[in-house]
Design a protein around this ligand. Sequence first.
Ligand code: 4NP
Length: 159
Amino acid sequence: MEDNGTYKILFVCLGNICRSPAAEGVMKHIVKQHQQQERFYIDSAGTYGGHAGELPDPRMRRAAARRGYLLEHKAQRFREAMFAQYDLIVAMDDNNYYDLEAMAATIEDEKKLVRMADYCRHYAVTHIPDPYYEGADGFEHVLNLLEDACEGLFESIKQ
Ligand code: 4NP
C-alpha cells in the first residue's frame, strides 16, 4: 500500500535494540546514497516490548558507528496496526516471522511479510542470528549480513 509514492518498510526483530535498528540504519544509508530518501519510509520494531524507548544496544551502536551508521532509533513494540501502515515487513529470523504471521489478520497482511535472509546475495543464510548473548564478533557478523541483505532488498524494490 503506497501513498504519496512512499514505500514503507518495517524491519522487525525480538528486542528492537540490535538487529532491526541496525537494519534500519543500513537501509537508510543505502537509500540516501542513491538519493532516494523521498521514496522510502524506513522504521523498525520488536515483537517483545521490554526495551521500548531505549536506544540500540551500545555494542551494536559502536559496531555500526565504526562503519558509518548512526543508530538513533528508539525501540518500539510491533503492533498489529503496523501491518496496514507498511508495505513490507521484514523479519530477522523464523521466530520473528512466525510471531508476526500469528498477528496477521488478513491475507493482505501476510503477503507483506518476508525474511531478511532471503535478500542476502553473498551469504547463504536462513536467518539473521540474535547477537544479544554473543561477543563482539556476533555484532560484526550481523552487520555483514545486514549490509548484504539491504543491498539485495534495495535492488529488488528500487525499480
Ligand atoms: P534483537 O536482540 O532482537 O536483535 O534486538 C535482542 C535484544 C534483547 C533481547 C533479545 C534479543 N532480550 O531478550 O532482552
